[in-house]
Design a protein around this ligand. Sequence first.
Ligand SMILES: [Zn+2]
Length: 332
Amino acid sequence: MSDPFVHTSSAAAPSVLALDVGGTKLAAGVVRADGTVQSFRTIETAVHEGPDAAVSRLLDLGEKAMAEAGHPEVVAVGIGCGGPLDPATGVILGPPGLPGWDEVPLGRLVTERLGLPAYVENDASAAALAEHRWGGWGVRSLVYLTVSTGFGGGVVINGELFQGAAGQGGELGHVVVDWQGRPCGCGAQGCAEAYVSGTSIARRAQEALGQRTSSLTSVTELTARDVAEHARAGDELAVAVWDETTAMLGRMVAVIINVCEPDLVVLGGGVTRAGDQLLVPVREAALRQAMPPAAKACDVVLSRHGDRSGVLGAAAIAFHRISTDNTQEGDA
Ligand SMILES: [Zn+2]
């Protein structure tokens, strides 16, 4: 079956190579300035093999993606990766989801191999920019939240990606939703990520299984998707874990709406495959608990980018940085 998202037209407009480094999978694609994805490939990250092996396979994947797109004119490489990282130098600074990736000069490694300028950005911030640029929403300001293996976000205000003084701004996964709550991988307590990530959804269900009977007992290697499915089928334990997740996410979104007053909050990432089962309660809780004027000006929706969200984010960053670099050179 042909893939409706992949177009292999050989139009001469410049393209970028987009690379997405996740804790579970690596993705590569060639993307045109209008957001058309010309090729798209993924493989397992295999984090246990360490950064050298993963970067080498990422670059192989990128070369295959360029070949698959018919070797179009590629002007730059955009790279999305979990933070912390330094967007100015392209160095990865030990993200919790990528053990061993300490001080990895990813931008430089990509430029050395491919001979192209490479731009690195936090993956969730990158995806936020892609939602603004190509999401079809027609809004000035939006907040993107990814509910995936981890949980993170990015903020676009008046068309500009918010980066902060150290380039880590908009780190929404570690907003505290319960100051005495569950321990988080970052060392703090009660962060949103400790409740809302796919990893946490599965872990909280697993913990609860010791105390109660549930249809989840028969599932080996429990995932967030299992929790969603069993909650849909009415299993009490799964329903309790799912409801706690959507309540926490709803409260978190209400806080974001009050702080940023965005036109839109976009939810993406693998866990959002649950669709209305996630969106409806989160949207209701968020808009009910946010300040009324801010809530009235905002809506909460699901991303339309699906599993291409990471690649589109990396591409949006490349196009953005090419244009700002050119502007700065023009100003000098
Ligand atoms: Zn945290």
